[in-house]
Write a protein that binds this ligand. Structure first.
Ligand code: GLA
Length: 347
């Protein structure tokens, strides 16, 4: 049979998390939203045993053996760094043939807008994965974990595969169910960069995850606990970590309901409360993130603002009245983002 050499193009959005951080790996809930910035991968299979990708964002291509193993020790020797993600996806998807291609992205790198999940999912589709959204997300989560050595949760990969046009997703990580939450026409979602890029592997993410596991010991997953259960955690630091997760899950459910009732004032207040909890109880904020949040909150027409994603750098997200924020005056790279549908093959 002749080798199929037809070009395949796939696109995956990035995401901003509207509320619910550090809840996914605790069997909690979150409301992430896929955004209209993302990654396009073009791939031409050629029957070889190498996958070679070029990217406009970096001079060095990613060149990967088709039979590379999904093994962190092996993957972390691969250079340039972005080639580790390519190698991990190749290993996780197991395409039948190598080939060459190209990556184009409108997402800022290492900003906490899931540029890596977006690359993983677009590449998996371009390499021929036909998995349905949840399975595709789990495959790409395994790739991310192997490429970084960090035991990240499923939120980023799940929202970019399963997103629905004009909606955020209310995801319950206990049973991996996801319900679209319609975003009303009127508010704007602004994302602004704190100036500090961060990668999960160089952040305290793994420490926080270990603290949550220690807090959950003998209690059950933190995302399932009630506020009155917190007295059962004797260590004060672990109790604070757990309090963030427990109160965050409550905020997430109220936020989804507020959005559905177009109660933007309440949605914004919950976002701001989420930031305070992430800063004080979870210690995932930075002075730059706090400064951006306070600045945004001082502007008329801003309903609420919070750090988004893992924290420790990266971006903040704000919910605002249309035109309330002139992003040119923020002295930070900023984007006005719209909800987007999920990853897909392009014609
Ligand atoms: C990163 C991880 C996610 C999630 C967030 C924090 O984005 O990849 O799984 O844990 O941090 O909410």
């Amino acid at each position: 049979m002749a080798m199929e050499t037809r070009e395949v193009r796939a696109y995956s959005p990035g995401r901003v998390n509207l509320i619910g951080d550090h809840t996914d790996y605790n069997e909690g809930v979150a409301v992430p939203m896929a955004i209209d910035l993302g990654t396009t991968v073009t791939f031409v299979p050629d029957g070889s045993r190498r996958v070679c990708l070029h990217s406009a964002a970096t001079p060095e291509p990613a060149e990967v053996d088709l039979y590379v193993r999904l093994d962190t020790e092996r993957l972390k020797t691969i250079e340039p760094r972005w080639a580790r993600y390519v190698a991990a996806v190749v290993a996780a998807v197991g395409p039948r043939t190598g080939g060459c291609g190209n990556v184009e992205s409108t997402l800022p790198m290492d900003a906490g807008l899931s540029s890596s999940a977006s690359l993983e999912v677009a590449l998996a589709l371009a390499l021929g994965s036909e998995a349905e959204p949840l399975h595709l997300a789990e495959t790409c989560q395994r790739a991310e974990q192997a490429a970084t050595g960090v035991d990240c949760g499923l939120m980023d990969q799940l929202v970019v595969t399963a997103a629905v046009e004009d909606c955020a997703l209310l995801v319950d990580f206990a049973d991996l169910s996801a319900r679209p939450v319609h975003i009303p026409e009127q508010p704007e979602v602004i994302v602004a960069h704190s100036g500090a890029s961060r990668t999960l592997e160089r952040s305290p993410y793994s420490t926080r995850r270990a603290e949550c596991e220690a807090a959950a010991y003998g209690m059950g997953p933190l995302g399932r606990l009630r506020p009155e259960d917190l007295v059962g955690i004797s260590d004060p630091l672990l109790r604070r970590r757990a309090r963030h997760v427990v109160t965050e899950c409550d905020r997430v459910r109220r936020f989804a309901s507020a959005l559905e009732h177009a109660d933007l004032g309440e949605a914004g207040r919950l976002m701001t409360a989420s930031h305070r909890s992430l800063a004080q109880d979870f210690e995932a904020s930075t002075p730059a993130l706090d400064g951006l949040v306070e600045h945004l909150l001082s502007l008329p027409g801003v309903f609420g603002a919070r750090l988004t994603g893992a924290g420790f750098g990266g971006c903040v997200v704000a919910l605002t009245e249309p035109g309330a924020v002139d992003i040119g005056t923020l002295r930070a790279p900023a984007w006005r983002v719209r909800p987007s549908g999920g990853a897909r093959l392009l014609p």
